[in-house]
Write a protein that binds this ligand. Structure first.
Ligand code: AG3
Length: 275
């Protein structure tokens, strides 16, 4: 049998992976959730047809969304992830000994449940006693917090469907207020090849809300274009000036002190999007 799964990354470009086994397909209250086992990337989670994470390449994204802000903050204790129901970001956060509480705020309970069943390598940390899973709308959650968090990470899907509000200026304002006086916020901000306008407008908005705004890059083979961006809004600490980075014993496969620094070096075509 020749079974393939395809994501339309744009109207004119697709990525396909050979499927070893179809594990689960369902329509939840919010989206279509698909789990397949692929020959090239191992188990893979798709939401509304978009590849979210695979066992083989998830480490890049999860290490980069979490360790960059967490090593920028000198003593992160209370952290929240908005979205990220697969648990990969929480797993990386909990590698930081300073963290005593990590909230996962995911709107779709089924993403959490299915990740627990089918992606144990990614989701296992959700069972840690320092992790608290809240099934609710991230926008509402953040609105109700004031001066509470050291770091907030927005681990969202693409800016369509349930995630649209997570790319809005009002949301960045509520995040600003939910953070402590030296808090840091990071959001996944899509592909510099295919989402140029989004990157520009998100950067502008974050810059208007936070004194420090920075964009950094990493490489994720299964995401559109491969090159992927994150944007940081910070009240006090500049992630480009990071000093202490000690990753001993954390088992990082992509993140390191050198990669942290290098990730902020932007090619001119990306820099241009921020002007
Ligand atoms: N969230 C970002 C996925 C975006 C990928 N887009 C796409 N394939 N079109 C990843 C969630 C991992 N915790």
């Amino acid at each position: 049998m020749d079974l393939w799964i395809t994501e339309y990354q744009t109207k004119n470009q697709k990525i396909s992976c050979r499927v070893k086994e179809t594990l689960h397909i369902e329509k939840s209250k919010y989206q279509e959730i698909v789990l397949v086992d692929t020959d090239e990337y191992g188990r893979m989670l798709l939401l509304d047809g978009a590849i979210q994470t695979t066992v083989k390449d998830e480490f890049v994204y999860h290490e980069m969304i979490s360790h960059v802000p967490l090593f920028t903050h000198p003593n992160p204790k209370k952290v929240a992830v908005i979205g990220g129901g697969d648990g990969g970001t929480i797993r990386e956060i909990l590698k930081h000994k300073s963290v005593d509480k990590a909230f996962l705020v995911e709107i779709d309970q089924r993403v959490v449940e299915l990740s627990k069943s089918f992606l144990p390598e990614i989701s296992a940390a959700l069972g840690d006693e320092r992790a608290k899973v809240c099934i609710e709308d991230g926008i509402e959650f953040v609105k109700n917090q004031k001066n509470e968090f050291d770091v907030i990470m927005v681990d969202s899907t693409d800016p369509v469907g349930p995630a649209v509000g997570l790319f809005a200026k009002d949301f960045y304002r509520s995040i600003h207020d939910a953070l402590g006086e030296d808090g840091i916020f990071v959001a996944q901000t899509e592909s510099p090849f295919f989402n140029k306008e989004l990157i520009s407008s998100v950067f502008r908005d974050i810059k208007s809300v936070f004194p420090i705004a920075r964009l950094y890059l990493c490489f994720v083979p299964t995401y559109p274009g491969g090159l992927w961006s994150f944007t940081i809004g910070s009240k006090k600490y500049d992630p480009m000036d990071v000093q202490e980075v000690i990753t001993d014993g954390m088992g990082c496969k992509y993140y390191s002190r050198e990669v942290h620094k290098a990730a902020f070096v932007l090619p001119p075509f990306v820099k241009e999007l921020l002007e």
